[in-house]
Write a protein that binds this ligand. Structure first.
Ligand SMILES: Cc1cc2nc3c(=O)[nH]c(=O)nc-3n(C[C@H](O)[C@H](O)[C@H](O)COP(=O)(O)OP(=O)(O)OC[C@H]3O[C@@H](n4cnc5c(N)ncnc54)[C@H](O)[C@@H]3O)c2cc1C
Length: 475
């Protein structure tokens, strides 16, 4: 207890009392993200600059307590949840943005909310392309750390394609810049390593991001199908025809009904699945691509095709897609959202088997799918106060992972590994792969001061007798 008090005193003397919280209620509130895992927080800090971040890292190091970074806490894999008692660095007070319209870039501090960045750059005809469904709340720091995606990442690529440079604080409290404004910086690509590192290598204190011009023309279409297989065949057909739409999203019947029930957007509630497709670019190209998408949908038996006539209609269609998570609250108070990927050609098998898994475990399941890239998001709805239900949800989730890997897919599409999938890493990585990743992590943070216990399972280093090799051992 004395050590804890000393820690808090040191943090307050560096940051001021308004930037440090340590009361039990605060510690409880910050002990989890949007996922299901809870951890133990000893103090919460709200630094305002890279220098203050560095000071927190050094103070925590002096007291032998690890640091966990947190943006908005919308992560779903427990990435911002301490696996052992830790000091939290919350970036929400770091909200500076410097826009360079000539180069279409911006230096952005990590606490800037994703949607705020696009709103800020809208008057210049620019936006930040990665658009997670959580974009009204999640931060750029979280997007960088998780290499986040979103519906429009099918054509534009995930966050890593939009980050030119990263400023970060290392485990010793030094500030570095990796990457730069040039298209092809020389040297090892530390920027590439930082993006997607889930807070395990350093604290991102600024990112130089690309800003994407707003397209001159956009067409958004909703297509309904009586069979998921027809929707999936349309997705494959469109891409095989050489068109990569800006977005290609699928929702299944349970989800359509849940969304329609509260949004009243006129969604086709009897359809087995709907596809939401968007094409964007120059007007002539957009018209041709929209026509191809509609033709393909009709060829595969679309029962209804609705094309948004104006921006207001487009917004309604997107609101329907992005309200998917909130809509589940009508069915049950809790939900567990999964994030795995299967090859696009195996979507139908995957969804059919997910329905069977849900039935076996007596759980309602609702699906949104980033169909263009085979990224599944089944959501199991449940009431966590019912004894035994959490175990059933966990079992169902593990079966979804096993299924995805069996079909040739991967563990996670965009939500990261965090604590949630750490112990499943061996399903896709060999001991040698994990050792290589652990060596990389050790090169940045040998003493595991950042987000210890996350992403890599215990024993990832081949010599893993503990964190340090025994005296005299050569590695
Ligand atoms: C309703 C809902 C919808 C979602 N939709 C999507 C989606 O479409 N696509 C998608 O990819 N994700 C989605 N997510 C997941 C989540 O929103 C993203 O992963 C997001 O990028 C997390 O941002 P955050 O600021 O909330 O980060 P947090 O949850 O606070 O942290 C996430 C991870 O980033 C690390 N981190 C945060 N800031 C920093 C920093 N400055 N430096 C180093 N590490 C840092 C944390 O330690 C943690 O490991 C969704 C989540 C919800 C709840």
């Amino acid at each position: 207890m004395a050590a804890l008090s000393d820690l808090v005193v040191d943090l307050i003397s560096e940051l001021g009392s308004e930037a440090v919280r340590f009361e039990p209620l605060d510690r409880r509130l910050f002990s989890k993200d949007a996922g299901v895992t809870r951890g133990e927080v000893v103090a919460i800090t709200f630094p305002r600059s890279a220098e203050e971040v560095a000071a927190v890292v050094r103070i925590a190091g002096t007291h032998g307590i690890p640091v966990v970074v947190r943006g908005a806490g919308t992560g779903l894999s427990g990435g911002a949840v301490p696996s052992e008692p830790a000091v939290l660095i919350v970036t929400t007070r770091m909200t500076g943005v410097e826009v360079d319209t000539d180069n279409r870039t911006a230096w952005v501090e990590p606490g800037v909310i994703n949607l705020d960045l696009s709103r800020l750059t809208e008057p210049f005809g620019l936006h930040f392309a990665p658009d997670p469904s959580s974009q009204a709340a999640c931060t750029i720091g979280g997007n960088v750390a998780n290499n986040s995606g979103g519906p429009h990442c099918l054509a534009e690529g995930t966050t890593v394609s939009h980050v030119l440079a990263v400023e970060f604080v290392d485990a010793e409290g030094n500030v570095f810049i990796a990457g730069g404004p040039g298209p092809d910086p020389v040297g090892l690509d530390v920027r590439g390593v930082m993006v997607g590192s889930e807070g395990t290598l350093g604290v991102v204190t600024r990112a130089l991001v690309k800003l994407t011009p707003n397209p001159p023309a956009v067409r958004t279409m909703l297509m309904a199908f009586d069979d998921i297989a027809d929707a999936a065949a349309t997705v494959s057909g469109v891409i095989a025809a050489g068109v990569v739409p800006a977005a290609l999203e699928m929702m299944d019947r349970p989800l359509i009904r849940a969304v329609e029930n509260f949004l009243h957007a006129g969604l086709p509630i009897d359809a087995a699945a709907v596809l939401l497709a968007e094409v964007a670019g120059h007007p002539e190209g957009v018209e041709a691509e929209a026509e191809l998408v509609v033709t393909m949908a009709k060829r595969h038996g679309a029962t209804e095709v609705r094309i948004a006539r104006d921006e207001a209609e487009r917004e309604v269609l997107w609101k329907a897609r992005k309200s998917a998570f909130g809509a589940i609250a009508q069915i049950a108070p809790d939900y567990y959202l999964h994030d795995t990927v299967v090859p696009r050609t195996r979507l139908v098998e995957a969804v059919t088997e997910i329905y069977a898994i849900a039935k076996r475990h007596d759980l309602p399941v609702l699906n949104t799918i980033h169909a263009g890239d085979g990224n599944l998001h089944p959501k199991f709805a449940f009431d966590g106060s019912i004894p035994g239900v959490r175990e059933r949800v966990k079992q169902a989730a593990e079966e979804v992972v096993a299924l995805s890997i069996r079909l040739g897919g991967v563990l996670s599409g965009e939500h990261g590994i965090g604590l949630e999938k750490r112990d499943l890493m061996h399903l896709v990585f060999s001991a040698v792969d994990l050792d290589a990743q652990a060596r990389l992590r050790d090169a940045f943070d040998r003493d595991r001061r950042f987000n210890p216990g996350t992403v890599l399972p215990a024993g990832s280093r081949c010599f893993d007798f503990g964190r340090q090799p025994p005296e005299g051992v050569w590695v």
